[in-house]
Design a binder for this molecule. Structure first.
Ligand SMILES: *[C@@H]1O[C@H](CO)[C@@H](O)[C@H](O)[C@H]1NC(C)=O
Ligand SMILES: *[C@@H]1O[C@H](CO)[C@@H](O)[C@H](O)[C@H]1NC(C)=O
Ligand SMILES: CC(=O)N[C@H]1CO[C@H](CO)[C@@H](O)[C@@H]1O
Length: 347
């Protein structure tokens, strides 16, 4: 008990000096949630880039991207998304509806007087970017999806996704969704925190295939308190900073994103999205890490091919980053920046 009470303070002690090169601002959206986000304006008439992180990530994972984009003269808006980092962490799953969070992003842009952005979404942040397009298409001039693809507003069926990915790749990719959907998942993760983070950030091939994708695998891994070989692209200090952010904020908010998706709480709102807001006629980029066992490069290739064929993504391209796992912005910051930069400058 005493140790648990101390965790937030340990977290602060670790986190405060090393949480990255950000100019943080705060803004309270309608509904009362307080967002913490990085903002720097562009130089001259250069565009502003919106960075939406995934799970279990935070603004901190853009620590190498923000300075590169900024140095190139771009404006950058990068929030700690709802439930993460220094942003509000409501406990109700309903608050994490993608339609609602899209509205929060729109409010932040309006508050900064930014009319339109180039959107970059990573992991489940790519689902948010998808929905942001559906609800606020006038706010986006280009869209880049990292370690994930465009997700049109159709209901989630994780069982079907597991079945089809097992058929295609020999293992189901989304078994971990069932675990994070469990009521006690936040506590289980925190009480096996190194077990969890070492696995989620490892770059040892095969680990996710075995211990994240299959149903029950992640829960078993945590139950045995297994530790994966440390990611060689993270310094000890970076790893500790990441752990401190989540020791302080917990995993209730982060896992609520999945709970909201799996409960399909957005369906009534999504059903009202007009067809013309589902097609993305703006330039779209999919970026996949060659060794990502969740956001697999084949999924990006197939998603782009399908999108072209169906007419949903008439202007899509795919880029693969060699030797990269899921976290290309952390592991391969230079390659990630260069891909984004040429996409931003391109037609
Ligand atoms: C997935 O596969 C299992 C076993 O083959 C089957 O029972 C189940 O109905 C399938 N579920 C979906 C949603 O496709
Ligand atoms: C997610 O959890 C809820 C609440 O416990 C449950 O009703 C639902 O069936 C779960 N969804 C899936 C797809 O497992
Ligand atoms: C491949 C795989 O694990 N598929 C499972 C997806 O979820 C359904 C429902 O629990 C199972 O029946 C499948 O076996």
């Amino acid at each position: 008990m005493r140790l648990i009470q101390l965790l937030p303070f340990l977290g602060l002690a670790f986190a405060a000096p090393s949480q990255g090169p950000f100019d943080r601002k705060t803004f309270t959206v309608a509904g009362g949630h307080v967002y913490s986000y990085h903002f720097n304006p562009p130089q001259g008439d250069k565009p502003t880039i919106l960075l939406l992180h995934g799970f279990p990530s935070s603004l901190y994972d853009w620590r190498k991207t923000v300075p590169d984009l900024r140095a190139a003269g771009y404006g950058v808006i990068a929030p700690d998304l709802l439930g993460y980092g220094e942003t509000s962490k409501p406990t109700a799953v309903e608050e994490y509806a993608f339609s609602k969070v899209s509205g929060h992003v729109a409010e932040i842009l309006a508050h900064e007087n930014v009319k339109s952005v180039i959107g970059v979404g990573h992991d489940i942040g790519a689902v948010l970017l998808s929905r942001f397009w559906n609800y606020y298409p006038e706010s986006l001039t280009k869209l880049a999806f990292l370690a994930a693809t465009y997700r049109p507003p159709i209901p989630w069926d994780v069982d079907a996704m597991n079945n089809s990915t097992e058929q295609a790749f020999g293992y189901p990719i989304f078994g971990y969704w069932r675990f994070v959907n469990e009521t006690n998942a936040p506590e289980t993760i925190l009480s096996h925190h190194d077990s969890f983070t070492s696995l989620l950030y490892t770059n040892i091939p095969g680990m996710w295939k075995t211990h994240v994708g299959p149903i029950g695998a992640l829960k078993k891994w945590l139950g045995e308190n297994q530790i994966a070989p440390k990611a060689d692209y993270l310094t000890d200090k970076e790893y500790q900073a990441h752990q401190a952010i989540f020791a302080k904020g917990g995993y209730t908010g982060p896992t609520n994103w999945y709970k909201a998706a799996m409960a399909n709480i957005d369906s009534p709102n999504d059903a009202k999205i007009p067809d013309e807001n589902i097609v993305i006629h703006k330039p779209v980029l999919f970026v996949a890490g060659r060794n990502d066992e969740v956001g697999r490069p084949e999924l990006a290739q197939a998603g782009a091919a399908d999108g072209q064929k169906s007419g949903m993504l008439p202007n899509v391209q795919v880029k693969i980053i060699e030797d990269s796992v899921h976290w290309m912005q952390v592991q391969k910051p230079k390659e990630t920046f260069e891909l984004l930069d040429s996409f931003i400058k391109g037609p």
